[in-house]
Structures are given as C-alpha cells and as structure tokens.
Design a protein around this ligand. Structure first.
Ligand SMILES: Nc1ncnc2c1ncn2[C@@H]1O[C@H](COP(=O)(O)OP(=O)(O)O)[C@@H](O)[C@H]1O
Ligand SMILES: N[C@@H](CCOP(=O)(O)O)C(=O)O
Length: 322
C-alpha cells in the first residue's frame, strides 16, 4: 500500500471545505502504487482520488502533469481530470504536502496482460503521443540517461546486496548507454511509466490511463520501449514475442515509426530496463519507516536487461521491419 503521509480527519475536512464537492463521506488509503500517497475519496459530489505528492514529484512540475491531463482529455483520451477548488486552483496543500483531487475512473488494471491487452495498449500509447501535440508546457525527462548515474552513485557500494555482481553490471551498462544513447529521435510528450497498473480496462478495451507523474518530453520510441518491458514479458520474466508484436503493430497502425526509431529500439529497451532497475534498486534500499508500501522487485529488471543485451536488431523482438 502506498501511503507515506497520513492525513487526519480534521485536516481533511478543512481541505475538502475549500472545494464544492459536498460533505466528506469516506477516505481510504489505496493498496496500489509506490510513488505518492493516494486515497479513495467519497464525497457528496461522488468518487474522487486524493493524491499527496511525495519524494520524486517536484512541486514545480505539478502544473505540467495536471495541465497535461486536461490537454489529453480535450484530445479525446480518458484520463483523470483535476478538480479545481473554489479559488480556481487544481493544487492545494494537505498534511504538509502538495495535494490534488482528480476524478475517479472506472475500469480494472490487468495483472497478467494477454496479447489483446498489449495490442490495445499499443494503440492507446500512439494516440497519447499524437494527443500530446500542441501541449505548450515542457518538462525534460529527469530520469533519462543523464539522470541514471547520479541516481546510482550514492548507493553503488550496496548494489551487490541486491544481487551478486549488480554493481559491475550497472556500472558497465551505464558506460555503454551514456556512450551510445540515441539523439534526435521523434519526440514529444510521453507518459514514461505506462505499466499495466496505470492502464484501466473494461474487458479488452482501455477505459482510462492514470498516473501521469513521470510524464515528460522525450523520444516516443523510448515510451514504447518502456511499455515493451512492462507488458510483453511473461510472469517468469521471459520475453513473449507475440505480445511484443501485438503491441508494436497496433502502435504503428496509429503512429508509424521511422527508420531511426526502428534502429534505436534495442538500445532504448536497454535504457528503459536500466531506468526501472535503478529506481527499484534505490527504493528497495530506502523504504521509509512506517510507510505502507510494497517495493517492486529490482531483479525483474536485471532479467529484462540481460535479455535486451543479447538483442542485435529490432527483428529479434519479433517485429516485422517498417
Ligand atoms: N483516477 C483514478 N481513478 C481510479 N483509480 C485510480 C485513479 N488514480 C489512481 N487510482 C488507483 O490508485 C492506485 C495508485 O495510483 P498511482 O497514481 O499509480 O500511484 P503512484 O503514483 O503512487 O504509483 C492505482 O493503481 C489505482 O488503483
Ligand atoms: N512502474 C514503476 C513504479 C512506479 O509506480 P507506479 O505505481 O506509478 O507504476 C515500476 O514498476 O518500477
């Protein structure tokens, strides 16, 4: 459960009184997520999500995230909509943290995505990339290649506690990624964390996308590589080419890839695996005392990275060439 910050009833009632949402009926900590503190909020006006933003979310970036959700909704994507308080602001403070209330979306996250889910996700990701066009705020990706070594360095001495040989593995891989990270790929707004827990389905149809708090401007194909890592491996962390193909083909029916994206894809997939390996590794060593959170397993991304290191060309993922 991700609740890092507890909220007492009096503070919550006072916070809610600044909104036109009616009386507070219930507020319950949410059992999923690892980044922020989230609560199901039931008020006179209906169901909402209350989020208190935690360590990795810079307050200065909140207008980007909240504005993006409004921009994407206007472009036809279903995503949470920030609720404004009586002063017209989507952002407030609660229990010492920046806080926002967003609309609750129906649907269920899929624990074990099948090919049809991967295809639906690929299509939606491409729609998101096109829908982000015209969004005027910018946010560089703080968790791209130049951010990885600074994240790793303070904990490098402890890497072998997580897995033998991990320190050397990460260090060598960072050398390689820093040396050859692709530049000038087609770019725009990306989600950057579109894992199965951030995509709601009704049957095999995507009913909503959530958790835009890593969204940024970066290469579209990197976002696709994040999704390949998150959706297209089986529960034993083995790559499933049928899922990869389903996602990739559905994506490019909406937004065709250019040859530079195709050529860079294996390296982007390695980088994406490294990014999640690093945050999971750092989080595993830093569980705050008293926090209700289930840290995610960094070893999953050691296995995925090892797979990508053996890939020579995007055809090895089972994709057909563009
Ligand atoms: N707008 C929403 N509608 C419905 N459920 C939501 C919404 N936002 C978050 N949730 C639920 O809360 C969980 C945690 O939210 P998420 O934004 O992924 O947290 P974190 O940023 O901490 O990872 C999600 O997995 C989902 O179950
Ligand atoms: N997707 C990341 C963790 C971030 O948490 P989320 O609940 O926002 O997806 C991972 O799996 O490491």
């Amino acid at each position: 459960m991700a609740v890092y910050t507890q909220v007492d009833d009096e503070e919550l009632s006072a916070f809610l009184a600044t909104y036109d949402l009616g009386e507070l009926l219930s507020c319950k900590g949410i059992a999923e997520g690892v980044e922020n503190s989230n609560f199901y909020l039931h008020a006179g006006a209906g169901s909402f999500i209350l989020t208190l933003y935690e360590k990795r979310v810079a307050e200065a970036d909140l207008p980007f995230f909240l504005g993006l959700m409004e921009h994407l909704a206007a472009a036809g994507l279903v995503c949470p909509q920030p609720v404004r308080n009586r002063a017209g602001s989507a952002l407030g403070r609660l229990a010492g943290r920046p806080a926002a209330i967003v609309t609750f979306l129906d649907g269920l996250a899929v624990n074990h995505p099948e090919e049809a889910h991967c295809a639906a996700l690929g299509e939606k990701l491409a729609q998101l990339h096109l829908g982000g066009g015209g969004f005027t705020l910018r946010r560089p990706n703080a968790l791209s290649v130049s951010g990885w070594r600074p994240l790793f360095q303070p904990y490098s001495e402890r890497a072998d506690e997580v897995a033998p040989g991990l320190r050397a593995l990460i260090s060598d891989e960072l050398d390689r990624l820093e040396e050859s990270w692709p530049k000038n790929l087609p770019s725009g707004v990306i989600h950057a964390d579109l894992f199965p827990d951030n995509v709601l389905f009704l049957g095999e149809r995507v009913s909503g996308l959530i958790d835009f708090y890593f969204a940024c401007n970066d290469a579209f194909a990197y976002d696709l590589a994040v999704c390949l890592n998150a959706w297209c491996f089986d529960s034993s962390w083995t790559y499933n080419p049928a899922k990869g193909r389903a996602m990739f083909e559905a994506y490019r029916r909406v937004r065709p890839l250019d040859p530079t994206e195709w050529a860079a894809f294996p390296l982007l997939a390695r980088g994406a695996a490294m990014r999640f390996l690093l945050t999971r590794f750092v989080d595993a060593l830093n569980v705050p005392p008293g926090a209700l959170v289930r840290p995610k397993d960094p070893r999953e991304y050691i296995a995925k990275l090892a797979f990508h290191q053996k890939v020579a060309d995007a055809r090895d993922y089972g994709f057909t060439s563009p």
